[in-house]
Design a protein around this ligand. Structure first.
Ligand code: SAM
Length: 397
């Protein structure tokens, strides 16, 4: 079992002890396991190590790099050769591929940025997308981004603290050197555990989009997931440096995902949320009547969350077999001073959609081997509730 370390950091990452426990308890006889909010892949890794075929969905393209490297592993020699070839190509006289972001000069020195932009251009010549080794090289690139920036290195969210301003401003960080160092470390962690036969599929997509079909992922006997909390993690902000630097290397657009992470506070929150869904939100959480007066924007965040999660459950249902098992790990939220029992609200929505609860237990944060530091929860989250459902009536909506 790999312990979390600085190479495997992800906001709200599930500890591997819990992921293993969930797979053993609910999915030991599974045909396959889906995690529709798979993040850094804790559940998928646990299930894959138990010999099960796995499938993941996540809106964050970086999630795929984590999952692929951790599940499939890679050949360290080939990865180093590929990484060095990429860097050598970037050092030739090559026209940089600019990062399309007006804040880039705030985070990086000119010299660092130029090297990144040359690497971006070289990614069009050296193929990195399709092989396990290419994923390892790209993950090293992603991990190098924050290390090469002016951001405080201790904060989970990128920001420039006074100390960072003092110690990092004007310093040149060389991505070419740091990428190779990170790749070497990744090789030690994951390069030896190659499992080319691991059956793993991944789609990066918005799982709340009711029009998105996931036929390519097949049907699964089990789904185990920890969905985002309301307004607790700003996944876009957490990854904004990395996503801007990765845009155009992988096929995604930052503008298409920045407002689509579940639980977001960004953008026009209620644009697509139906009147019916808002009414339902007030009925599910009567405290919202208070919140809509004291903090209308936060109230909109909650309505949007409920709308998104309801859609996500419909989409997840389509990917499940008859009598499939769905396991959700979720706790409470504190939004604008109002305590919301998010796990209970999700339970009500799931029951309405034909899921029948058959098991539940509480996982206390203080009992975890590595209690996660969760900014934004203000110490409210003392436990997470694990709820296991059987899909009784796939037709119900
Ligand atoms: C609580 S984290 C999951 C962490 C994961 N269990 C792990 O161990 O790393 C929730 C995940 O949901 C993803 N997510 C948020 N909104 C999404 C959306 N609309 N569609 C798909 N994934 C989304 C985030 O990118 C994040 O990775």
């Amino acid at each position: 079992m790999k312990l979390a370390n600085k190479l495997d950091r992800y906001p709200a990452k599930m500890v591997s002890k819990l992921a293993n426990r969930l797979v053993q308890r609910y999915a030991s006889k599974a045909d396959s396991v889906l995690d529709p909010f798979c993040g850094s892949g804790a559940i998928l890794v646990a299930a894959s190590q138990a010999g099960l075929p796995v499938a993941g969905i996540d809106l964050n393209p970086i999630s795929k790099l984590f999952c692929r490297v951790k599940i499939r592993g890679f050949d360290p020699c080939r990865a180093l050769k590929l990484g060095r070839a990429w860097i050598a190509e970037a050092q030739k006289p090559i026209k940089p591929l600019p990062v399309d972001w007006d804040r880039k000069d705030y985070w990086f020195t000119q010299g660092t940025l130029r090297k990144f932009e040359q690497l971006r251009a070289a990614s069009k010549i050296i193929p990195l997308r399709d092989s396990p080794e290419g994923s390892a090289v790209l993950l090293s690139y992603v991990l190098a981004v924050r290390l090469c920036s002016r951001a405080d290195q201790h904060s989970p969210k990128p920001f420039i603290s006074q100390q960072a301003r003092h110690s990092r401003t004007g310093r040149h960080f060389d991505p070419n050197r740091i990428i190779i160092e990170l790749l070497t470390q990744l090789s030690t962690l994951y390069g030896s555990d190659r499992n080319e036969n691991a059956r793993f599929r991944f789609v990066y997509a918005d799982v709340c989009n009711p029009h998105r079909q996931f036929d390519d992922l097949g049907k699964h006997s089990h789904a185990i997931t920890s969905p985002p909390y309301i307004n607790a993690q700003d996944y876009f902000r957490n990854f904004k440096l990395e996503l801007h630097m990765l845009e155009d290397i992988l096929p995604f657009k930052v503008s298409n995902l920045r407002e689509r992470f579940v639980g977001t506070e960004r953008g026009r929150l209620l644009e697509r949320v139906s009147h019916e869904s808002i009414e339902r939100g007030f009925a599910l959480i009567p405290e919202l009547e208070r919140l809509v007066i004291s903090a209308p924007r936060l109230c909109a965040v909650v309505h949007r969350y409920l709308y998104d999660m309801s859609n996500a459950f419909d989409v997840i249902k389509q990917t499940l077999k008859h009598r499939a098992c769905l396991v959700i790990v979720c706790g409470d939220n504190l939004v604008g001073g109002v305590r919301i029992r998010t796990w209970k609200v999700l339970h009500t929505i799931l029951e309405e959609k034909g899921f029948i609860l058959f098991d539940r237990f509480s996982d206390r944060i203080s009992d975890r081997l590595l209690p996660p530091v969760r900014l934004g929860h203000k110490g409210l989250i003392k436990e997470e509730i694990v709820s296991a459902y059987r899909l009784d009536n796939p037709k119900r909506r």
